[in-house]
Design a binder for this molecule. Sequence first.
Ligand code: NAG
Ligand code: NAG
Length: 490
Amino acid sequence: MRTIATLLSLAVGSYALKERAVSASAYSSNSAGNYKISSVTAPVQGEGDPGSSSTWRLTIDDTSSGHKQTILGFGAAVTDATVESFNTLSDSKLQTLLNDLLTDSGANFALMRHTIGASDLSGDPSYTYDDNGGSEDTSLSGFSLGDRGTSMAKILASMKSLQADLTILGSPWSAPGWMKLNGVIDGNTTDNNLNDGYLSGGTGKSGYASAFAQYFVKYIQAYQNLGVSIDAITIQNEPLNSQSGYPTMYVYADESAQLIKNFIGPALSQANLNTKIWAYDHNTEFSDVTSYPQTVINDAAQYVDSVAWHCYATNVDWTVLSSFHETNPNVNQYMTECWTPSSGSWNQAADFTMGPLQNWAAGVAAWTLGTDSSDGPHLSSGGCGTCTGLVTVNDDGSYTFETAYYMMAQFSKFIPVGATILSGNGSYTYSGGGGVQSVASLNPDGTRSVVIENLFDNDIYLTLNTKSGEEWSGDIPSESVTTWVLPASS
Ligand SMILES: *[C@@H]1O[C@H](CO)[C@@H](O)[C@H](O)[C@H]1NC(C)=O
Ligand SMILES: *[C@@H]1O[C@H](CO)[C@@H](O)[C@H](O)[C@H]1NC(C)=O
């Protein structure tokens, strides 16, 4: 499946080779909403004329010494809320929407994280792919994707058909209830742990660790049968978060390492699945922020080469990723979850994309891709009631791209899969909130993209110097994320 898709895309690609850009261009999305990936005045070579605008300077190293991480992609979480709301659209509207999301005529998203079973953005009731009425099912004979899992696989298959470079990451919010010490998917934060023998009160030995590993094998195979190859999993969403209102499960760092090293890693490999395992999948803030993923990487390095981070730390500090990179230069890092509430600032999604990119993340995924007009459906027992998708599906059968969609598209559309992030200087945010943040990439076709976030409520005139010896200058609209696409350096 994957091979055929790749070959097809290569064949198509060779006919559709784009002409090399010879001049610069610029696109902007702003707080006011009148720019939506709109073409704006392109930068000119040299100092240009700032007029009366205040000026700003950036430098990028576009030579080999400035090469940093290689981009895997940008996108969002495909939750049950997303699938259910998208499926209320007419076939033609859904096709247009998916085209906008996944091709370079729109946002060119290429990283989708999906929920394995229920999350806080699922309608009632909570479920996993093997609930078995709560009774033990060690052989997983009752495994089934069910209606919701099947609908999710179908939409992911459509996405993959539009975007050959799509990476799909799967994350469960809980193991089936019967595998847990408290016996339930949600509703009880006492003993909210896998019954895997690592914890007091376990069955001893390894409990349901093997069954949990086979649950992933069955899930990956079931999606494969519906045309979806799962590129990577995390074994538990937010393993240090235990809630009663929605599915969660507590997994200790050492427990996670042992589950991956002794059970899940070997099970995937015995089933000939090349699905990767990403560690952690939680915030940057815990007491010793890097110890959890470091423990997993140290113990289960054979199966884990990537770490996933979320944004919900108080005063989120993305330099945690740079610190982690210093000690683990060969480990890939991703920002796999950050919500986009309608109450968020205009630049909230730009911030959670920019910060990780400046600190070695190779991809970013928002929470969530789509919701209905009530930020749902979500669990009535405590699912997120204010998680607005990048796309809202309206009650009248139309859909709306939210501000967060445009802010993310300012990156994803112009920093394609395989682009190399470049080192750069000159980003600064004042304590009052004004300032300029930027990130640049060298793209596979030789062009360079510079994404510039202007946090001032006035236009600025920006001059960019490249290590290759060029100078470009131009206007950056007030409260905007503006992307310059510069031609290949000669
Ligand atoms: C940014 O600043 C650092 C420290 O002064 C310097 O080593 C580096 O070369 C600069 N990078 C660019 C792209 O100007
Ligand atoms: C929660 O689970 C524990 C099992 O660990 C059980 O003893 C307790 O009664 C449960 N609480 C509720 C409210 O169901």
